[in-house]
Design a protein around this ligand. Sequence first.
Ligand SMILES: [Zn+2]
Length: 70
Amino acid sequence: MTVLHESDGIDFRLVCDGCGAAVERLGANLHNWDLAWSFIKRHGWIGDRSRQGPHGCPRCTRRAAAAIDG
Ligand SMILES: [Zn+2]
């Protein structure tokens, strides 16, 4: 579970499956998952388009790329 809803049921955050880093207040700012995902993808996040993930933050993405590149 990588998308966690806040107690108000509207706001949500995205949590990285690799390191636990979170992007807060996505729901409040971007209103729905599709918009939120297209936004954070532009900021280096990778992963599945579904809410269920998995999703990786830019830091974990770089680490994985570095491991592949040696
Ligand atoms: Zn991460």
